[in-house]
Design a protein around this ligand. Structure first.
Ligand SMILES: Nc1ncnc2c1ncn2[C@@H]1O[C@H](COP(=O)(O)OP(=O)(O)OP(=O)(O)O)[C@@H](O)[C@H]1O
Ligand SMILES: [Mg+2]
Length: 392
């Protein structure tokens, strides 16, 4: 059995990173009588659309009636299949949803079927749920208008890494943390791809080729830093950190650590000012879960930092850059404090005490939660929080 199937979420709780989408979908169901009859879920591959449709059905105790591309062959065919399916049968015990998975895959020849679907949507007694990677194709424009549109989030590398760690724990296997990071970053939001990568390397005795990648990582960051600090700023720099196989958070630390090795005086001030802006956007990303701000972080960090230097003066010679160990520790510590806080918050809410009190009593609370997985799930601790408990 593939790990993606084995670990396909069965409950809403197990679907990572899609809280907002889940809330919207639940609302869609609640408002079904008055609102739109169809829901269009879209996002890049491997982010949980199909999973979400199935979980929705099982959690709400609904049957799934799934339409396939072949049902769209022509208008007659879709009428024949869909019409009886959307009619209310008073004797039904169980409700149902109608699922059209990968609706963007419906090809030109089947557009007649798509037209008929448009006619029938409004009369449906049951929610119609569709999924797609790309909803911006012209052929879907009328469908877009008739549907509630919900976008699933692209998973960030940390969320992916957490899923991978969890799977390894259940499989009782061990893979080095650095390698997990590489897999998670490389997946670029596609959790299915990451899980498949993980499963395939878990069967290898020798993961040296992955290590090789790892070795590149250091050379990559050195080269990129050198170009940014010493080179003439150019548009190419906007992509310079993309090729570094490292989370942006780590790259920030590398830049921060090494600015003083290259810049002096005013250059230094400008560069640090930009870094503080990077931090502002980082905060916004975390607060608003708006990953597009990554673009700005990237621009400031590459082109911005590069253009902070005195361009008259050409920098030569070799500078050996330093790994940001000290700062990394502080950062990790801050992360720990965050986890402690979030666990205390969940606990406080659950037992109806103040958050402050929970924090004060944290050492003992922590021991209790740590030794009791049932409490952990009762409090809905996420993997990172549990990891924090176990690491303490
Ligand atoms: N948000 C998620 N939380 C947990 N697991 C997930 C999530 N998204 C994807 N997965 C894992 O990846 C597998 C594939 O997910 P799924 O089939 O739902 O993706 P999809 O969005 O429908 O992709 P596609 O656009 O290619 O159809 C799942 O079986 C599950 O193991
Ligand atoms: Mg799918």
């Amino acid at each position: 059995m593939t790990w993606t199937e084995k670990y396909r979420p069965k409950f809403f709780d197990e679907i990572k990173g899609q809280k907002e989408a889940i809330t919207k979908i639940k609302k869609f169901l609640e408002n079904f009588e008055k609102g739109k009859k169809a829901l269009l879920l879209h996002s890049s591959p491997g982010t949980g659309k199909t999973t979400l449709a199935y979980v929705l059905a099982s959690e709400k105790n609904l049957e799934i009636f799934e339409l396939n591309a072949s049902d769209f062959r022509n208008r007659e065919k879709i009428k024949e299949v869909l019409k009886p399916a959307i009619e209310q049968k008073s004797l039904r015990k169980k409700g149902k949803i109608i699922l059209i998975d990968e609706v963007d895959g419906i090809s030109k020849i089947e557009e007649g079927g798509l037209m008929e679907l448009l006619n029938l949507i409004d009369y449906s007694s049951y929610p119609i749920i569709m999924t797609a990677n790309n909803i911006w194709d012209r052929k879907l424009s009328s469908l877009r208008k008739k549907s509630e549109i919900v976008k699933l989030k692209e998973l960030n590398y940390n969320e992916i890494k957490n899923v991978l760690t969890n799977i390894l724990r259940k499989e009782k296997r061990f893979i080095e943390d650095d390698i997990l990071t590489i897999i998670a970053v490389k997946a670029k939001g596609d959790l299915r791809a990451a899980i498949n990568d993980l499963q395939s390397i878990s069967n290898l005795d020798d993961v040296s080729f992955v290590k090789f990648d790892e070795r590149n990582k250091e050379t990559d960051i050195f080269n990129s830093l050198r170009q940014v600090f010493k080179g003439k700023p150019s548009e190419d720099f906007l992509q310079i950190f993309d090729s570094v196989n490292m989370p942006l958070d780590d790259i920030i630390l590398w830049v921060e650590e090494n600015i003083p090795k290259e810049y002096r005086g005013e250059e230094l001030a400008k560069a640090y000012d930009l870094l503080s802006k990077v931090d502002v956007f980082k905060g916004r990303i975390h607060k608003q879960q708006y990953w597009r701000f990554f673009v700005y972080m990237n621009i400031f960090l590459s082109y911005g930092i590069s253009a902070s230097k005195n361009l008259e003066k050409i920098r030569e010679g070799f500078t050996s850059y330093k790994k940001p160990s000290r700062i990394l520790k502080i950062w990790l510590n801050n992360k720990k404090i965050e986890k402690k806080k979030s666990i205390a918050q969940k606990y406080a809410k659950y037992v109806h005490v103040g958050e402050k009190r929970a924090l004060k009593e944290f050492p003992i609370i922590k021991q209790i939660i740590k030794s009791n997985p049932r409490i952990q799930s009762e409090l809905k601790l996420d993997e990172q929080e549990i990891e924090y408990l176990n690491g303490e």
